[in-house]
Design a binder for this molecule. Structure first.
Ligand code: HEM
Length: 340
């Protein structure tokens, strides 16, 4: 059954959550979710790691942008590249160069062609060899507590190096997949509208409105474990619920003029109804870091740099697990007065 209203999705994620299976999308080995306790501890470590390192990152966004000035930056990939560079230290801090290179190769050779561009010829063919190569690199790796990077988190909740390599790559995917798409939508919004058109509105609210309208994690699923009524409809054990976050985030009962880009709505309480990061026990553990990341790129783009976006004619967004922007090209330039 598909749930698309804000109220019914909220019900499925919170009040009825105990009647659906606990099944983490990222902390998993193959089809099998890690146990709830392991997911909880890994999510808590992830939150702590990202929070403790948050002061390192704002200046990084600026220097990453300055390296891209004047280049033609194609959508469906540039967002993931920027986000990987931004979180690189949290992903693999102080590891051997080859581990960093493998994480980078995974983003460029699998996430972008397979999960973002859906290139049929690629179809996950690099994923398994990359995982195997990482597994070999992990032999003899020491784990430190508290975790200093994603690799430590992966090692802390798995029993073999093969499993650790899999969980590590899924953590990289969870970081750059949603956030990379969100980044491209935000760059498009900045090119088309711009923060300056909303004086007095906090940059954070602008970011949140861009996320609400595009909802990069546009659908979630839940397996029903106990019969119940949700969204006014009876469902039984074994049924699957598809939660359409994209539609729920544009529900006119929850958001006034939902299709309008109106960041001031977050100052009026829209945050309580926004479902961008999910809700409840399985909601995104990294939502604060994701918002910081987008904001850290947007702030220099409102002052020292500007971005322009040219869509490719006829190209449309792709809606799958991710809401992926149309094809097109971004160019970043320094604004007048910031020639250096
Ligand atoms: C704009 C960016 C992001 C969006 C929209 C987003 C959205 C979401 C959503 C909706 C979920 C819930 C999935 C469910 O309930 O089935 C989720 C879970 C998760 N997210 Fe994010 N996310 C973002 C960025 C990140 C980042 C930067 C990380 C960093 C590692 C991350 C890590 C995770 C993990 C590990 C989970 C699974 C938690 C669990 O299974 O308990 N996300 N995310």
């Amino acid at each position: 059954m598909i749930l698309a209203s804000e109220e019914s999705v909220r019900d499925a994620l919170i009040d009825s959550a105990s009647k659906t299976a606990f099944d983490s999308g990222f902390f998993r080995i193959g089809q099998r979710s890690l146990p709830q306790a392991a997911v909880r501890s890994a999510s808590a470590e992830l939150r702590r790691l990202l929070h403790e390192s948050s002061s390192e990152r704002p200046h990084l966004a600026r220097s990453i942008l300055s390296r891209k000035v004047g280049m033609r930056l194609p959508s469906r990939g540039i967002g993931q590249t920027l986000v990987f560079e931004y979180f690189r230290r949290q992903i693999c801090r102080g590891r051997s160069r080859s581990i960093g290179d493998l994480a980078h190769a995974y983003v460029q050779q699998s996430i972008i062609p397979d999960d973002v561009q859906h290139r049929p010829r690629s179809h996950y063919r690099h994923l398994v060899p990359l995982r195997r190569a990482l597994e070999k690199e992990l032999i003899g790796t020491e784990m430190s507590t508290p975790c200093r990077d994603y690799l430590d988190i992966a090692l802390s909740v798995t029993e073999t190096l093969e499993e650790a390599a899999e969980v590590f790559f899924r953590l990289v995917l969870s970081t750059v997949g949603f956030t990379g798409s969100a980044m491209e939508w935000l760059l498009m919004d900045q090119s088309d509208r711009g923060v300056a058109r909303f004086p007095g509105v906090p940059v954070r609210d602008y970011v949140r409105e861009s996320l609400r309208l595009r909802t990069p994690a546009c659908r979630l699923s839940r397996d029903v474990t106990k019969g119940m009524t949700v969204g006014g409809v009876r469902v039984e054990q074994g049924d699957e619920l598809l939660l359409n976050l994209f539609a729920a985030n544009r529900d006119p009962k929850a958001f006034h003029l939902p299709d309008d880009f109106r960041p001031s709505r977050f100052g009026e309480g829209a945050g309580k109804r926004d479902l961008t990061f999910g809700l409840g026990t399985r909601s995104c553990p990294a939502q604060r870091a994701a918002l910081d990341c987008l904001q850290d790129f947007l702030i220099p783009l409102t002052a020292d740099f500007e971005v322009s976006w040219r869509p490719r004619r006829g190209s449309k967004m792709i809606v799958g697990t991710l809401a992926i922007p149309p094809k097109g090209t971004f160019v970043i330039r320094r604004t007048a007065g910031h020639g250096v």
